[in-house]
Design a protein around this ligand. Structure first.
Ligand code: N01
Length: 549
């Protein structure tokens, strides 16, 4: 690591840009800023790059977008030289990839690790952002870019008594940088989202006994993970550009072949064959089986019933199968889980499913977990209880914009952005995969690259035109908010309690904030905004105040 890792405290530096976060978004942003000849510093609270993949080291962690797709496309040589080993890459391999990218593009010299940003204030007089860190530094920068990710603010349940617990406890999103030994131990996992599903499978293989505390069952689709076929990868790499281009304009940034039919209108036998084929493909292929599964309740039910039958076929104990069967939301409206052997895990003698919907957890005790009905003694307790998603990481930065208005105050009734890239009142502050963009509904790496490229293009435009400030117009922001709302409400997502709608966080306004119109449609909108001279953005310079050129 470079000399940037531990900076002296209390000094002022002037930079063109500050980037917050050294995950895949911040790393690529730094690379693009350098290519524009701009000085930049990235602040990262961890001691290494990788963001999500740096923090989420829990057993069984892996990406559920396929590795050849969940990777950068901006550099042809990088794309050719990196060899993924499995269809779905494990966390360790993705982290190794992030480190490889950091080395290859010499990124670390501009990343300051182990440094958290504690406030981001816009100075009206100088028109600069003043960014302060927990190391007592303050830097001034023309541009500030929030590359903080959508799922980086982990949340613990507020059960009383955690401080009394005599065993070890962990959150999946803050996993320690050492091996945790489960052998022979009594382990409890709270939560059955993607992190809970993956850790359940892995921990069950080691633990003496595992109790899975489930409040809401979710749908999980098999990944059919395995080693990648080298010949198939070579064939893909020979034509990687075309694959990437298809990804860029696909619904979720992954090139599925669309089936134009409405599920509910397809004869049951044909539909069953289609679902079997999609199930055999695995992962998100399943929910892409028909284009209306996430917009039409009746169609959705046909897919949900198919998965529910699969659960009953796999899980031997009918009572356990019933408990594992989702019953309160359409399939996919809580984010789908993708697994390798989740339902099978509940056939093991050393695994017990505990229904905390009917008998809630009342407190953590010195010995373990106490529900309304019983106490479960534990040596290790794992919270797979999720994140304050999408807006949470941004709102934790302490952002105060023009005229002293805080982002938290402006977004008190939900986020307001134009394209999920900027928010009125916060000039030159950019978000990567912010609320109002496809973000969590897409292949994140593709969406990250699209935003970084768009922001870099905007900065280049400003350099050419001599502008030093950009901000959306109120009308553009209002209209985009309306579009995001209408498109979102054309889907089944907004009606389900989930981190997508913010209902997992007490006091958070219920709002479905990602743009649900698809990655391809969104990209075309962003492109047309540029073609129309950055329609909806207002540029100015200290010399000239001007509307979009
Ligand atoms: O978090 P979650 P996650 N008492 O919010 C339960 C991505 N990801 O970390 O539904 C008891 O989905 C909660 O129950 P309920 C992916 O986008 C990707 O698993 O609120 N239970 C739920 O079961 C994913 O969706 C990958 O009733 C409580 C669970 O905890 C996102 O990250 C891997 C509780 C939280 O599930 C988040 O996933 C991992 C409480 N007080 C994550 N509070 C891959 O790429 C919460 N729960 C594979």
């Amino acid at each position: 690591m470079s000399s940037m890792n531990r900076a002296p405290s209390s000094h002022r530096v002037a930079l063109d840009a500050v980037v917050i976060g050294a995950g895949f978004a911040g790393m690529y942003m730094l690379h693009r800023l350098r290519r524009l000849g701009l000085s930049a510093r990235v602040y990262e609270r961890g001691d290494g790059v990788g963001g999500t993949w740096y923090w989420n080291r829990y057993p069984g962690a892996r990406c559920d977008t396929e590795s050849v797709t969940y990777s950068y496309s901006f550099d042809g040589a990088l794309e050719q030289e990196w060899e993924w080993t499995e269809r779905y890459a494990p966390q360790s391999e993705i982290l190794a990839y992030a480190n490889h990218v950091a080395d290859r593009f010499d990124l670390r010299r501009d990343i300051q690790f182990e440094t958290s940003v504690i406030s981001v204030h816009y100075d009206d007089a100088s028109r600069l952002w003043r960014v302060t860190t927990d190391r007592g530094e303050e830097v001034a920068a023309r541009f500030c870019i929030g590359a903080v990710g959508c799922l980086s603010a982990s949340v613990l349940p507020d059960y009383p008594g955690l401080e009394d617990f005599q065993g070890e406890w962990y959150h999946t999103g803050r996993w320690p940088h050492r091996a945790v030994d489960f052998r022979g131990k009594r382990v409890g996992i709270v939560g059955t989202g993607s992190s809970g599903v993956q850790s359940t499978i892995a921990v069950a293989k080691e633990a003496g006994h595992l109790h899975v505390f489930q409040r809401t069952p979710n749908y999980s689709i098999p990944a059919w993970n395995g080693p990648l076929d080298r010949a198939a990868v070579s064939a893909l790499k020979a034509n990687y550009g075309a694959w990437r281009e298809r990804s860029r304009y696909a619904q979720i940034g992954i090139p599925f072949t669309p089936n134009g039919k409405q599920a509910k209108l397809v004869p049951p036998e044909e539909r069953e064959r289609d679902y079997e084929a999609a199930w055999a493909e695995g992962g998100f292929n399943f929910v892409m089986a028909y284009p209306d599964l996430l917009t039409d309740l009746e169609s959705n039910r046909t897919a949900a019933e198919f998965v529910e039958r699969k659960i009953r076929q796999v899980v031997k104990d009918p009572e356990v199968a019933k408990l594992l069967t989702p019953n309160d939301h359409p399939l996919g409206t809580k984010r789908l889980c993708v697994d390798t052997g989740y339902y099978e895990t509940f056939n093991r003698d050393n695994v017990t499913l505990v229904d905390i919907r009917s008998a809630p957890i009342e407190r953590i005790t010195a010995a373990g977990v106490k529900t309304r009905d019983a106490e479960y003694p534990l040596d290790v307790l794992i919270f797979a209880t999720g994140f304050d998603a999408i807006t949470g990481p941004l709102l934790k930065l302490g952002i105060v914009g023009r005229g002293g208005e805080s982002l938290n105050a402006k977004w008190a009734d939900g986020p307001h952005t134009y394209l999920g890239i900027q928010s009125v009142g916060f000039p030159n502050f950019f978000m990567i995969t912010g609320p109002g963009s496809p973000s969590v509904l897409s292949n994140m790496l593709m969406s990250i690259e699209q935003h970084v490229d768009w922001i870099a293009g905007c900065l280049e435009h400003m350099q050419r035109k001599g502008y030093d400030s950009v901000e959306p117009s109120r009308d553009a922001e209002r209209a985009w908010g309306q579009t995001v709302h209408e498109v979102g409400h054309g889907t089944l997502y907004p009606h389900t309690d989930s981190w997508y709608t913010g209902t997992n966080i007490a006091g958070k306004v219920r709002a479905f904030t990602p743009y649900a119109g698809g990655v391809g449609t969104y990209r075309r909108i962003c492109e047309s905004v540029v073609e129309r001279g950055y329609e909806g953005f207002e540029f100015s310079s200290t010399r000239v105040a001007a509307a979009a050129s």
